[in-house]
Design a protein around this ligand. Sequence first.
Ligand SMILES: *Cc1c(COP(=O)(O)O)cnc(C)c1O
Length: 389
Amino acid sequence: MTGRTETLLTHAGRSPDEQWGFVNTPVFRGSTVLFKSLDALEAANQPYLYGRAGTPTTDGVEEIITALEGAHATQIVPSGLAAITVALLSVLSSGDEVLITDSAYEPVRQFADGYLARMGITAKFYDPRIGAGIVDLIGPKTRAIFAESPGSGTFELQNIPAIAGVAQARGVRLIVDNSWASPLFFKPLALGADIVIHAGTKLFVGHSDAFVGTISTNAECWPAVAATRKLLGFYTSPDEAFLTARGLRTLSVRMKAHEARALELASWLESHPLVKRVVHPALPSHPDHAIFKRDYTGSGTLFGFLLPDAPREALAAFLDGLTLFGLGYSWGGYESLIIPFTPGPRRTAVPWREEGRLLRIHVGLEDIEDLKADLEAGLARYAELVDRP
Ligand SMILES: *Cc1c(COP(=O)(O)O)cnc(C)c1O
């Protein structure tokens, strides 16, 4: 399937002619696939042999993401974290070394420390703003670089073309977590990355009701990714795949609405007297804004802002009294969320030096004036308790 983005989102990954004309690919729930004869069983050349390998429902999602990312192929997996672990395991072997951005989604660090280390694989964490300087960290055992741009808690943008240039020259695989921008606004494979992963749970699903991950690769990395997923036995539920395909059909309109609201709310917070700093890569005030303008065609729903330090009661008064912003993990759904984020103890390569209390917002699809009013009242509650000893 070819076409421009919004046409792909609408038409890729479904074949009404093969399903009695019904528009959507149904939920194919099944383990066993029947063969007509011993000949057919032995030939094993049917499109489907066993449900664990995939179904038309999961294949449909893979086809959409492959088209959007400009990839050779895509593998769907049961969660965003599974996409990361399968991608890493597909390129790493015992004795190897992997470079991981210090801003990575926290469970990536836990996987490196708690599992890769046990397998004899060393992880070194690097400054997300290292750019081409990453060449100095590459040793004879370095096999892979893991990037996440922007970091989903601290929002540093990474210089992916520069890192990709070094990785290619040194024969190192570059894996990029592209969950924030989605393939609508950023295409790492076109900039030289080898593997792109998504927490499809977030923007693709878009309704906070399913878990899914995707791994898209260039031709070279595809056999290893497909084999690793198969050997590990990951199976993705067709129900989750159906909800992912349903979410993807409206991804473009949702992203534009999220983007506009996030930008307006971020600018509004930037002018609020209590707010120390807003951390949103699409704002000119962001230190990596030049990279944003060069490499991205739009921005995500997620950003951070810093408030002056205050006693815990101030934070509780702010968050507990919010009526529209939910307090919870994840993001990408239609509803707005807020969460305090504490980067300090998570960093090992570059300390987090910003003063103040960092909060992360996911801007949903509510009316923007209602969202501002909810935050305005919360900030007033915070301000009242800021100076209490
Ligand atoms: C949530 C998230 C993940 C993990 O996705 P799950 O589906 O929750 O496992 C990975 N990367 C980023 C940037 C995320 O925000």
